[in-house]
Design a protein around this ligand. Sequence first.
Ligand code: ADP
Ligand code: ADP
Length: 225
Amino acid sequence: GEVLLEAAGVRKAYGATDALTSASLRVRAGEVVALMGPSGAGKSTLLHCLAGIVRPDGGAVRYRGADLAALTDRARSALRRTDFGFVFQFGRLVPELTCLENVALPLRLNGERGRVAARRAREMLAELDLADVAGKRPGEVSGGQGQRVAMARALVTGPRVVFADEPTGALDSLNGEQVMQLLTTAARVRDAAVVLVTHEPRVAAYSDREVVVRDGRTRELEVTG
Ligand code: ADP
Ligand code: ADP
């Protein structure tokens, strides 16, 4: 597949802490890449640099050949909304909104009309077997369901890359496997790439490729996929 994302020699420090000293990585369309490694190694920082949320101090992150740092803030935010999807550890759904409204939200933020957004959100929920929870608020669904709703929200805009930071971290192993199965299948069907952070080998097993981050450096394992 096409190279979507490329990190080349990315560095990032927080004060005196070197979070990343040299991170390099390529992500192709349709590929599921797991960032592995011990706590504090720089995995989340790398994910945030790749997603255009954190600006590297050095090196470059390119999306489809364009250096993220060369874009205006506005262009970078627009790119995040249209081309990227995000899944976090605790879902981070808006508690006051129903699950349907949560999934429709990114479409609304992209300027989609209410009825169109609601219809597409409903279709997305149905595809992930979540039609039953459409009218419920996040507080009224199980942890696994909530995380699947978060996935529906990440996928509904048709992103090219889904970023997932410990997407199964708050789930038991059965729900975790279900979430990974769903995420990787939904992404492959769309030829979207997934970049996920995990410290669980069982979760990383769903990826095509594992990249180990240690002391702020990347190290690729052999290609298995
Ligand atoms: P990992 O995801 O592998 O656990 P992180 O990328 O979260 O690693 O963190 C890498 C290092 O950078 C750690 O030492 C962490 O404490 C530090 N760090 C991360 N984010 C911040 C921040 N916003 N402010 C200060 N230090 C940070
Ligand atoms: P600092 O580390 O100095 O607090 P930030 O990383 O918070 O800086 O980002 C400062 C500015 O860089 C903000 O205007 C922000 O919008 C922009 N920015 C954020 N992410 C990126 C990125 N990936 N590439 C370039 N600029 C970015």
